[in-house]
Write a protein that binds this ligand. Structure first.
Ligand code: DC
Length: 221
């Protein structure tokens, strides 16, 4: 089985690039952020006090999370309910970020993520895939883009949905989130020592996909 680990900050284009590259390579694309989002959603729905370890244990013992692939698209199922759309709300993003700093939550998701790599060729994206989840991945990529470019892309993405956003505000949020993600105690965002640094600031999505496919094909030949 071939495993490709893709890590990097929010907004660098990880999921769009990874999804398209996985399709070209006929690999399964696993979006691990969706798992953190699902636990965030479960915590919000059950009013779990996430500062309380006992409440977190209780929550984790009660939920059942699984992933299924429909027409190549990843869906997350929480206790028999497909929550794939609901985990994309702003509230779920916030909760995901908070629960992802809890050791018990990371431990809970670790085996689930590792099991995918046992049965399929995968391209998995997240924050700690190359460093913690799949330290023996065949290919490790750390995907970045400058904060300014990421902010510009985010503003354009929101504009497409008819949402007007202030560039300076978006940029400030990105810088704050980068700081928090890379300075947390557990599984901080950082490139694995053997990761290939891949900057998408000056190239298009199509060019990034092409480049990623080439890197993988070159490495596993
Ligand atoms: O990639 P995303 O925005 O869907 O991730 C949601 C949250 O989960 C984000 O705050 C980072 C966190 N996350 C993580 O800590 N480790 C991962 N492997 C994936 C996501």
């Amino acid at each position: 089985m071939v495993s490709v680990a893709i890590d990097g900050p929010a907004g660098a284009g990880k999921s769009s690039i990874a999804r398209a590259a996985a399709e070209r390579l006929h690999y399964i694309y696993v979006d691990t952020g969706a798992l953190y989002r699902t636990i965030g959603l479960a915590a919000a729905r059950s009013n779990t006090n996430i500062e309380d370890d006992d409440e977190i244990s209780e929550l984790l013992s009660k939920i059942d999370i699984s992933i299924l692939f429909l027409n190549g698209e990843q869906h997350v199922v929480l206790n028999n309910e497909d929550v794939s759309s609901e985990i994309r709300t702003e509230q779920a993003s916030m909760m995901a970020s908070r629960v992802s700093a809890i050791p018990a939550v990371r431990a809970y998701l670790l085996d689930m993520q590792r099991n995918f790599a046992k049965t399929d060729n995968i391209l998995m994206d997240g924050r700690d895939i190359g460093t913690v989840v799949l330290p023996n991945a065949d290919v490790k990529i750390f995907l970045t883009a400058s904060p300014e470019i990421r902010a510009r892309r985010r503003v354009a993405q929101l504009a497409e949905k008819g949402i007007e956003a202030d560039y300076d505000e978006v940029l400030k949020d990105i810088i704050t989130r980068d700081y928090n993600d890379s300075h947390r105690d557990i599984a901080p965002l950082k490139p694995a020592e053997d990761a290939i640094l891949f900057d998408t600031s000056d190239i298009t999505l199509d060019q990034s996909v092409e480049k990623l496919v080439n890197i993988v094909e070159e490495k596993i030949r």
